[in-house]
Write a new protein. Structure first.
Length: 342
């Protein structure tokens, strides 16, 4: 009895599952489908095009599936049913050509978008892009404005309706730079630089993050992408240029595997290191501070740093010299040994 209704039960369960997926997804924030810039809009169109294709394919396949289940059900005798038939060249050509045509149809708009997004948005291509170096470090984002002489940590300010050229790299682990409502994503890797043009059409604060798993703290490797009116952006630049300068000692402490709060400096780390060319800088700094840079040791040291050396501002960081850091490491080791003895 069950076998008789099993095909219908499978179809029913599939339709019910699809219904609940649609219902529950309507309550979530699909911010990637609410773009606030031309790059995000192009990527949204590609996503929707793929969804339309998938829905069309699903309707056709499920339609044929339902017809076959009904027409060739075991309780009905069909004069045209030939279970021993095989080797239909015509059908084999058809079901081979259909996927090929689908892939071609999806490849054309994706290829066009790929080349289009390699350049600044066409609407504002007459404006010189603002160049910002985005550097990923476990577990923080560092943004350098070489022309303005500004460096920020865990936030980036940009003017609206202006192309921004992000030069994305990493100091240690490979990370993925992503601002869902503005556009992305692109990988940042030590020793190389990837270019990404973005633009915000509306003022606001948008969530950015590292979408690549890089360890226990990557869930906190987020940043604010703040789009501002042109005059407010210029005011911010002037104010930021009055902030303390970034010292090499302070920057070295940013190389430690730790989350930090937002920071602003009136100079950039590009004066003493370019992670796009120097892929060993962060590891050398960690060795300098006595941290184990092997895979297993890095995780252990990251937990130790996270628990004992939370950095809440660049003022505190500047006040700690190398000897203080080494002393804290030794104290932590003694504490760990004491806890093991208990």
């Amino acid at each position: 009895m069950f076998n008789k209704f099993k095909p219908y039960l499978i179809v029913l369960i599939s339709l019910i599952s699809l219904f609940f997926i649609i219902i529950f997804s309507t309550d979530s924030e699909l911010i990637i489908l609410d773009p606030k810039g031309p790059v995000g809009a192009v990527q949204k169109d590609l996503i929707m095009l793929s969804i339309y294709y998938m829905i069309a394919i699903m309707v056709v396949v499920l339609g044929f599936f339902t017809i076959i289940l009904f027409k060739y059900r075991s309780s009905k005798k069909n004069s045209d049913y030939k279970p021993d038939m095989h080797g239909s060249t015509f059908l084999e050509i058809i079901w081979t050509l259909i996927p090929v045509l689908i892939v071609i149809a999806l490849s054309i708009p994706n290829t066009k978008a790929l080349y289009e997004l390699r350049n600044a948005p066409e609407a504002t291509s007459h404006k010189d892009p603002i160049v910002i170096h985005a550097t990923a470090v476990d577990w923080k984002w560092i943004f350098s404005y070489p022309e303005e002489g500004i460096e920020t940590v865990n936030y980036v300010n940009v003017p609206e309706d202006h192309p921004i050229l992000f030069k994305v790299t990493a100091a240690d682990s490979m990370a993925s730079f992503w601002v869902p409502q503005i556009g992305g994503q692109i990988y940042g890797m030590p020793g190389m630089v990837n270019d990404l043009y973005l633009q915000a059409d509306e003022p606001g604060t948008y969530d950015g993050r590292n979408s690549n798993f890089t360890g226990e703290g990557m869930t906190h490797q987020t940043f604010d992408f703040v789009a501002m009116k042109q005059d407010k952006y210029e005011d911010w630049v002037e104010d930021a240029q009055d902030e303390p300068k970034l010292t090499e000692d302070t920057y070295e402490k940013l190389m430690l595997p730790e989350t930090v709060d937002k920071m602003t400096f009136s100079s950039t780390h590009l004066a003493f290191v370019d992670h796009g060319k120097n892929s060993e800088y962060a590891m050398a700094i960690r060795q300098k501070y006595g941290l184990d840079t092997t895979v297993g040791g890095a995780d252990k040291d990251a937990k130790s740093v996270h628990g004992n050396m939370h950095m809440e501002g660049h003022g505190d960081m500047e006040g700690m010299n190398h000897d203080d850091m080494k002393k804290e490491d030794k104290d932590d080791d003694h504490k760990d040994e004491g806890s093991h003895e208990h």
